[in-house]
Write a protein that binds this ligand. Structure first.
Ligand code: BTN
Length: 264
C-alpha cells in the first residue's frame, strides 16, 4: 500500500489527530515544517510527515538518521490550554502511545528508557523530540512533538555508531512492515493518550509509563553536559524528571540526560 497524503487522509478520516495532514517527499526536519505551520496558525491535530529528512534532529543536538522511504518521520501540532509547566509531560505521553503501537508488532518486548526512548529488546526503535513556543497570549502557545520510528531500515544501513544500539520493526519481526498501518496505529494511540492526559492529567500516563519502564529499581548512571550521577531509579515525578536515590539515600530529581544501566 502506498504511503502518501491521500492514503493517510483516507485512513485517518474523522480523527482529531490528523485532522490536517501535510505530506512531503523531502524536508530538512518535519519539526521545523510543523513549527512554521503552527506559527502561521495551523490548528491542533495537524500532522506533518516526510518520506526523507535531510536534517533530521534528535535530542541534545544529535542527528536523527532519516533515510528515504523506509521509516516514519512525523511531527504533530498541539495547542494544549494547560499550564505550560505540564507540557514536559507530553514527550512521556508520546512514548507511551508509541510503546502501545509498537507492542502490537512485538508484544512484551517493548520498553521505555528515560526520558523517552522506545526500545525493543533493549535497542532503540523510536525517538521523540518535543519543542515548544510560548506567547504573551497563552492561546498562541503550541508544542510540536516529533516522532521518528525505525520501521524498515536494515541493520547494515544504520550508521556504524548506532548499529549495535538501534533496531527497526523489520529487524525485530523479520518481515516488511506497512508504514501506513503503523502510522495509523500510532496516531490512534496518540489521540487516545492525548485525550486521556487532557481529561485526567498525568497520573494515568505515569502509571502506563512505569509499566513499560526498564530502569525502575535498577542502578543507573546519568550523564548530562559532563555531569555524572549514579543511583537507583525510583520512578518519575509529575514533571517527567527521573527520581534517583543516591548512595546516601537522598532522592534527587534529574531533569535531563542520558541514562545507562550500571551492571555489577
Ligand atoms: C531522539 O531520540 O534523539 C529524538 C529523535 C526525534 C526524531 C524525530 S523524526 C521526526 C522529527 N523531526 C526531526 O527532525 N526530529 C523528529
Amino acid at each position: 500500500m502506498d504511503f502518501n497524503e491521500q492514503a493517510l487522509t483516507n485512513r485517518l478520516s474523522g480523527r482529531y489527530i490528523g485532522s490536517g495532514i501535510r505530506f512531503f517527499n523531502e524536508v530538512e526536519s518535519t519539526n521545523d515544517v510543523a513549527f512554521n505551520l503552527a506559527l502561521h496558525g495551523a490548528p491542533e491535530g495537524t500532522i506533518v510527515i516526510a518520506d526523507l529528512q535531510t536534517k533530521g534532529r534528535g535530542r541534545m543536538k544529535r542527528v536523527w538518521q532519516s533515510p528515504p522511504r523506509c521509516n516514519l518521520y512525523t511531527s504533530i501540532v498541539l495547542r494544549p490550554l494547560t499550564d505550560p509547566a505540564s507540557t514536559s509531560q507530553i514527550p512521556l505521553m508520546t512514548g507511551v502511545a508509541a510503546a502501545d503501537a509498537l507492542s502490537r508488532y512485538c508484544p512484551r518486548d517493548v520498553t521505555l528508557k528515560w526520558p523517552n526512548d522506545v526500545q525493543i529488546r533493549g535497542k532503540k526503535v523510536c525517538g521523540i523530540l518535543a519543542e515548544m513556543k510560548t506567547a504573551k497570549d497563552p492561546r498562541g502557545n503550541f508544542v510540536i512533538v516529533g516522532i521518528g520510528v525505525n520501521i524498515n531500515i536494515r541493520k547494515k544501513n544504520f550508521d556504524e555508531s548506532f548499529r549495535e544500539i538501534a533496531t527497526s520493526l523489520k529487524e525485530e519481526t523479520g518481515r516488511d512492515i506497512s508504514r501506513l498501518d503503523f502510522a495509523v496505529e500510532f496516531f490512534d494511540n496518540f489521540e487516545k493518550w492525548y485525550r486521556t492526559w487532557l481529561k485526567m492529567g498525568f497520573e494515568p500516563v505515569r502509571e502506563a509509563w512505569l509499566a513499560y519502564a526498564s530502569m525502575v529499581g535498577r542502578q543507573v548512571q546519568v550523564v548530562f553536559q559532563g555531569d555524572v550521577r549514579t543511583g537507583e531509579v525510583h520512578g518519575i515525578d509529575e514533571s517527567g524528571a527521573m527520581l534517583l536515590e543516591d548512595e546516601n539515600g537522598i532522592i534527587k530529581k534529574i531533569m535531563a540526560g542520558d541514562a545507562t544501566l550500571v551492571r555489577h
